[in-house]
Design a protein around this ligand. Sequence first.
Ligand code: CMX
Length: 438
Amino acid sequence: MKTFKETLAEKIEAWRPRTERLIKEYGDVEVDKVTIGKILGGMRGLKCLATDISYLDPNEGIRYRGYTLQEVFKKLPKPPGSEMPYVEGVFYLLVTGEMPNEKELEHVLDEFSKRRILPRYVYEVIDSFPCCSHPMSIFSTAILTMGRESFFVKKYHAGVSKKDYWESTFEDALNLLAKLPEIGAYIYAKLYRDGKRIHSNPDLDFGANFAHMMGKEKPYDDVSRMHFIIHSDHESGNVSAHTGHLVGSSLSDVYLSISSMVNGLAGPLHGLANQEVLRWLQQLMDRMGGKIPNEEEMKQFVWDTLNSGQVIPGYGHAVLRKTDPRYALQREFSLKHLKEDPLFKYVDMLYKVVPPILKEQGKAKNPWPNVDAQSGIIQWHYGITEYDFYTVLFGIGRAIGITANLIWDRALGYPLERPKSLTTEMLEEIAGINKSDK
Ligand code: CMX
């Protein structure tokens, strides 16, 4: 049997001529048009990045290596007695493009397990944070601290060939990913459980070990697997993925890149939205004195939010134009496991009430729910009620896709990113605005 790394090496060798040919023979072929609207509009929809790890279709949602999320969940191997697949399996899929067979899975499980031990200084760094720090700041710093472990940095300074950069990046990726559940669980213990740490169990897979360290019973292991898998990748233009790629393009190591992506994910328009959903629902609960609102009351709450100039958290998307399949998958799980939970009832009523209101308001291009509209509610149900922590969970998952991308960025020799910027005056000149019109 070929190892994970050997399989990847073969894939890379086979893939390189394709990108080399595109650059050499078709480098001048136009793909998209850069307008002033795109430049001043956050480059929304501009086709200017390449990745083979995942593709986001506006109507269908994300595909990992060509597989829809439904297919990923159906085809990836699952631990005995579990509803959700191994997280390690999704990393194998994202990196190699193939579903792992039994032997390949065993190998990748072993690779993760043997790299999971967290250096002591990481606990010390987490311990040293001042009170009231946001868990995402701690998470980002904990990752950054481990930069001293980077194989890539050692190999780079030893003068390894560019063609081989991917190998040490692959090692860094596995070394970091394997430690993320423990970093996350320790941040949680430190902030919300008086530092009472539950030791990692080497016999458990990524999802189950995380659940164990969080002190949670079944089916929280499946909740974790589902959460990490659905958040792992969403193409490369979103803030976290793009940040990871951009920072990595300067040959910063995996630790620097992933810490940076975590900082991008921490923004309220991106990953922080899942905590915003909970905060917003709590306001409604307070207003309702705990009882379930009727549809009219819910509509009023949504309109009040919009009229006060705020967005409806968990709704809308920069690319998607339908209900996010990540929302749909979590809804399916919730209908099975937490149908009677009052917060789920709120979320379900919002699904009915919000899209027509956003359509009526006429601003949001996508009135449908995204992944964040549902994820926090599931965590809450299983007792993770400290919603500041939710984005850390998102970050653990997102690191899986971004490291897969970083490995391939190095393998295909993607260069330093360096777009060109213009001044407002230059744009006005291009637009043909005369000085006297201004
Ligand atoms: N509620 C109210 N207004 C919304 C809205 C929502 N959920 N979604 C978009 N809009 C508004 C925008 O604020 C914008 O208004 P202005 O013209 O006044 O600036 C207008 O509709 C057009 O925005 P858009 O093109 O539809 O959306 P963007 O690509 O600019 O932004 C997103 C996308 C996700 C930031 C936005 O929909 C939003 O703020 N949603 C709420 C926050 C959220 O759920 N974020 C998580 C996204 C998933 C993720 O990446 O993690």
